[in-house]
Design a binder for this molecule. Structure first.
Ligand SMILES: NC(=O)c1ccc[n+]([C@@H]2O[C@H](COP(=O)([O-])OP(=O)(O)OC[C@H]3O[C@@H](n4cnc5c(N)ncnc54)[C@H](O)[C@@H]3O)[C@@H](O)[C@H]2O)c1
Ligand SMILES: [Zn+2]
Length: 368
């Protein structure tokens, strides 16, 4: 099964092609979006050893010259130094504005390479081949690119849409289980904020996820991207409703920051905990029932998503430190914490008027 999602944003129209073991056809899919006969593929050492040959051959078959650039894609290298390395490499190799830059990797490579594509020669053609579940369902859709600075994550970047995204769920086989689950937190997020039918479908089909059934994964990626694209189409530059995508993220970012972004809590794990915290707060605000929370909690447990702040982290923390960390999140406006809460499954809203004592109670419970 191969599915194609047409994404329309005010800036651009492009396709996301989703399938199983389709990277060997990357050249065929990309051909009509190329403006010259040269592409640069940026990836890491592991992905090079596993997949690059297949992808390269498929381009060469169509008469395209492929140059590869291998980088270290740890989060700490998603910075301006790497932008300098990549842009220098491209310019030294006389990149032309019609050439194409291809990101083969997770969200780190996608964000970094997308940013480089957006600024090199004031913008060169860009294709994404996302290789983690998170990047397939989230970071490769919506056109946000960027790098971290010592003053915070993703603070320098641009909005730049790709010409094409090729999402191959077969690539997820080499991804470790924690990373797969991390992406799944973003998947369930779409159900909770805007798509009740998707949410119920996910809960019903947990076995297919546990078996990593390829057709099921294709549907998950398709439905997730469709939801994200719907929001991005209405609010590309996050002036209003795009903020709904941050469900669980203000709590989650606080957890990540307080943990100094160490890998002991990966992004999706922090978001999964943050989602439950946001739902508990929605419950205290009288919006949703405990039943819904219990349903999600048992789903997370069955699938293996951790939903508690690790002991070694929480034992050193108090409620005020947590609130302080939430207040430095970039979503804070006029010193007020904005949170995404839920009226019901499929209906999230943004608010800064929840009761502070309810938020404190949720945090206190999670630190207990
Ligand atoms: N642009 C956006 O809208 C957006 C949205 C969400 C997240 N992000 C960004 O995405 C980044 C996180 O992305 P991520 O979760 O994909 O993490 P990641 O890119 O760090 O990848 C996770 C790990 O998996 C490895 N890896 C990637 N693909 C693999 C594969 N197929 N097999 C084996 N190993 C593989 C990577 O080398 C890395 O070690 C963050 O920097 C975040 O800020 C951006
Ligand atoms: Zn996220």
């Amino acid at each position: 099964m191969i599915k194609t999602l047409k994404v329309t944003t005010p800036l651009k129209k492009y396709n996301i092609i989703i399938g199983n073991n389709i990277i060997a056809s990357s050249g065929k899919y990309s051909k009509k979006y190329l403006k010259s006969d040269r592409v640069f593929i940026v990836t890491n050492k592991l992905l090079k050893s596993l997949y690059l040959k297949k992808i390269k051959n498929s381009f060469v078959k169509h008469g395209i010259t492929v140059s590869e650039i291998i980088i270290n894609d740890s989060e700490s290298k998603k910075n301006l130094e790497s932008v300098k390395i990549l842009t220098s490499h491209l310019l030294k190799n006389k990149v032309d504005r019609n050439d194409t830059l291809i990101a083969l990797g997770g969200g780190v490579i996608g964000d970094l390479v997308g940013f480089v594509a957006s600024i090199t020669l004031r913008g060169i053609n860009f294709i994404q081949i996302p290789t983690t579940l998170l990047s397939q369902v989230d970071s490769s859709v919506g056109g946000k690119t960027g790098v971290n600075t010592p003053l915070g994550k993703n603070l320098i970047g641009s909005f730049y849409q790709p010409a094409l995204v090729i999402s191959d769920v077969g690539i997820l086989k080499s991804l470790n289980k924690r990373e797969v689950l991390s992406g799944y937190a973003e998947v369930i997020k779409y159900g909770i904020i805007m798509d009740k039918a998707f949410f119920n479908w996910l809960l019903k089909n947990d076995n297919h996820f546990l078996n990593q059934n390829a057709n099921y994964l294709i549907e998950i990626v398709y439905k997730s991207c469709k939801n994200k694209a719907k929001i991005v189409n209405q609010d590309e530059k996050e002036k209003n409703i795009r903020a709904l995508l941050n469900l669980g993220h203000t709590f989650g970012h606080a957890i990540e920051a307080l943990n100094n972004y160490k890998k002991t809590v990966v992004h999706g794990e922090a978001v999964a905990i943050g989602i439950i915290m946001a739902l508990e707060l929605s419950f205290l605000e009288g919006k949703i029932s405990k039943d819904i929370i219990n349903k999600i909690v048992s789903h997370f447990d069955k699938i293996g998503i951790k939903r508690k702040i690790p002991k070694q982290l929480k034992q050193h923390l108090n409620t005020s430190q947590f609130i302080e960390a939430m207040s430095s999140d970039k979503k804070v406006k006029n010193k007020k914490i904005n949170l995404i809460l839920c009226k019901s499954i499929g209906e999230a809203y943004i608010t800064d008027t929840f009761k502070h004592k309810n938020m404190k109670k949720v945090i206190k419970d999670f630190l207990n």
